[in-house]
Design a protein around this ligand. Structure first.
Ligand SMILES: [Zn+2]
Ligand SMILES: [Zn+2]
Length: 325
């Protein structure tokens, strides 16, 4: 008992001195970041979905963005090498259609910021050297293949070669699902889930999230707003297949949580071991107040989780397990 009292006295005195010092220095900013640093220490957050050079964001802004959101570990997902092929819509989808950097850039940045960053491996699937390019970065330590955001059938032979590579290296595969644009024919993807039961697939983006709703019939609608009836394709994939996971990132992930919060509470509860936080936003600041979807997504997960335990799974523990961080 006396130990506890003694400890809390010391802590509060130290806090007082530090606060006073910072106020004297006239820097409320520093006080904010001190509070943030304390929060980060006690509640680490893993962000499984970010990009380097996302549109015009600088490396310094990326670092500041992640730290402002309270992220302790970030996985950078590279683009494939630019190509004029069917899978990149003759070049229109190069750079993940976001000017995102490639394998070498993600690898080098992660190497220079080892404590905070990891990296993935990627290649345009119909490039001749796709497999050797991905394998090169897996050997260097890539923790995921993706973001696979290409105009291909989800069960195309070149995609299956990538799934086989993921199986050989025991890394997950992260896919951007967007109707008639990226990864075609979501409704028959269960065939791949069954054919590759040892590969962990992570679903992301508009078509993935729109299909939480059983009544989502018009697949051309990418950001539906109506209330959700459980039992959509996505809901069933997550329930029926141990190797299917969901990435909560981007406007699509946020929309899935905000469009019907009563449904979202049950959805997070039901799939608490399968859903993983990611940000995938391009803003420089990382502040919810200025519309950072990553920060808003964290706030929404905290708001809708039934317990601290579930919240920690979604923001940290599930990623730690799946990516063996
Ligand atoms: Zn994406
Ligand atoms: Zn952001």
């Amino acid at each position: 008992m006396s130990m506890v009292n003694h400890k809390s006295k010391v802590t509060s005195r130290r806090e007082f001195i530090m606060s006073a010092g910072l106020v004297l220095a006239g820097s409320m900013m520093k006080l904010d970041s001190l509070a943030e640093a304390t929060a980060i220490k006690s509640e680490p957050i893993i962000d499984i979905h970010q990009h380097i050079h996302y549109h015009s964001r600088t490396d310094e802004q990326l670092l500041a963005h992640q730290r402002a959101m309270g992220i302790t570990k970030t996985i950078l997902l590279p683009a494939g090498r630019p190509a004029n092929s069917a899978s990149t819509h003759q070049g229109a989808s190069n750079g993940l259609e976001a000017d995102a950097g490639g394998n070498a850039e993600c690898y080098c940045f992660a190497k220079d910021h080892k404590k905070e960053f990891l990296f993935g491996a990627n290649a345009v699937p119909d490039a001749k050297d796709a497999i050797s390019e991905i394998e090169k970065y897996l050997k260097l330590g890539a923790v995921v293949i993706g973001e696979l955001k290409f105009g291909v059938d989800c069960d195309a032979p070149e995609m299956q070669k990538i799934y086989q590579l993921a199986q050989a290296y025991d890394v997950p595969v992260l896919m951007h699902w967007q109707h008639k644009r990226y990864n075609y024919d979501f409704e028959r993807f269960y065939k791949m889930l069954e054919k590759y039961p040892r590969v962990n697939f992570i679903g992301h983006a508009q078509t993935w999230w729109a299909n939480i709703d059983k009544n989502h019939t018009d697949q051309s609608v990418l950001y539906p707003k109506q209330s959700v009836t459980p039992g959509g394709i996505t809901d069933r994939y997550l329930s029926d297949y141990a190797n299917m996971f969901g990435d909560l990132s981007a406007g699509s992930g946020l929309n899935a949580l905000t469009r019907d919060e009563d449904h979202a509470k049950d959805f997070l509860e039901r799939h608490q071991d399968k859903l993983i936080y990611g940000s995938d936003c391009e803003d420089p600041g990382g502040q919810a107040a200025s519309g950072c979807t990553g920060a808003l997504d964290i706030a929404e997960v905290r708001k809708l989780s039934s317990s601290k335990k579930v919240e920690r799974k979604l923001l940290h523990d599930n990623a730690k397990k799946l990516f063996k961080i």
